[in-house]
Design a protein around this ligand. Structure first.
Ligand code: ZN
Ligand code: ZN
Length: 320
């Protein structure tokens, strides 16, 4: 979340196998892998090739109230095939926000979960609601969950407990997890705790997950890759001071990488300072393409393929 991410990152990757998540999502037998069920969007001849996927966007808040539909249309016009709407909302009371959006748009899928910021507000009733929401066929991941020691909006011990509890619920729901991790300044504290908790409480599930808005260094990326995780880069990879993120973006294997906007936060250069929206994910692809000697479209196509493979979604763009 938010334009509050600093910079961070560095080094080469191995390519461990992952796919517990894919297998298990396929077993869920959802509309994502079956025929029919959901209505298909009518293709518009003016759309460009749909070759980008925004793997993380918050489209529910007031910053989209005046033009949510238009922002989603602009994404489509910019070639965004799929948007993963993150469902943490403002915490309890709004946990169905992404599911509602996904029900409205064929090409939007959803996550559910309680963000570490709101961990202290979580009750058993909220966890029961999340279990219920997790049965929607449009829900493809549990998150964002994890630790935020930068803001400490919830006490750290409560963040850890709520994180562990949600890993258990995600396991029962057979959903991969989306991780938010932010350490306090000049520290790796949240990374060390977060990766240790994942190793202890999540790794055995084999479902993997996504490290969203990755800002850290190669050793942290490597530990997550070894547990079947994907690494997602956001708009801050374009920020002048974010050399550490660019260093990591050079090293994460191309077939384990995703791109995201984290809208409405973290608008990439040249939109920096404005509200972010899914269409701008192309700027993230452009920056990573420059780093890897590939075109914007090649990064878009590769990261879209990665997203569909990891979440066991159909290959085609328009009806995802
Ligand atoms: Zn986040
Ligand atoms: Zn987020």
């Amino acid at each position: 979340m938010s334009g509050r991410w600093g910079s961070s990152a560095n080094a080469p990757a191995s390519q461990p196998s992952q796919d517990g998540a894919s297998k298990n999502l396929a077993e869920r037998g959802s509309a994502w892998t079956g025929e029919g069920a959901r209505p298909h969007l009518v293709a518009c001849p003016t759309w460009p090739l749909l070759m980008f996927i925004d793997s993380h966007a918050h489209l529910d808040g007031p910053r989209f109230d005046s033009d949510r539909d238009q922002a989603i249309s602009r994404a489509r016009e910019a070639g965004i095939a799929t948007i993963l709407a993150v469902g943490t909302g403002d915490g309890p009371g709004t946990l169905d926000c992404a599911v509602k959006l996904a029900d409205q748009y064929d090409f939007v899928c959803a996550t559910i979960g309680i963000h570490p910021h709101e961990a202290a507000q979580a009750t058993d009733t909220d966890f029961r609601q999340l279990e219920e929401l997790g049965r929607s066929p449009k829900v493809i991941a549990w998150g964002e969950i994890g630790l935020d020691y930068y803001y400490d909006h919830s006490p750290r011990e409560i963040q850890q407990n709520v994180f562990i509890q949600q890993m258990e619920l995600a396991h029962a729901a057979k959903l991969p997890i989306v991780i938010h991790c932010r350490p306090s300044d000049n520290s790796d504290n949240a990374w060390e705790d977060c990766l240790a908790l994942i190793e202890q409480h999540w790794k055995p599930s084999g479902f993997g997950g996504v490290l969203h808005c990755f800002t850290s260094t190669w050793p942290h990326a490597k530990r997550a890759l070894d547990m079947g995780f994907m690494i997602s880069f956001a708009g801050n990879v374009t920020f002048p001071k974010a050399q550490q993120i660019r260093d990591s973006a050079k090293l994460v294997p191309l077939d384990r990488m995703l791109i995201e906007t984290d809208s409405p936060f973290l608008a990439p250069v040249p939109h920096r300072g404005k509200r972010n929206e899914p269409a701008y994910v192309k700027e993230v692809a452009r920056q990573i393409g420059e780093l890897r000697g590939l075109s914007t479209e090649e990064i878009g196509a590769q990261t879209s393929q990665n997203f569909r493979r990891f979440f066991s979604l159909p290959e085609s763009g328009a009806d995802v």
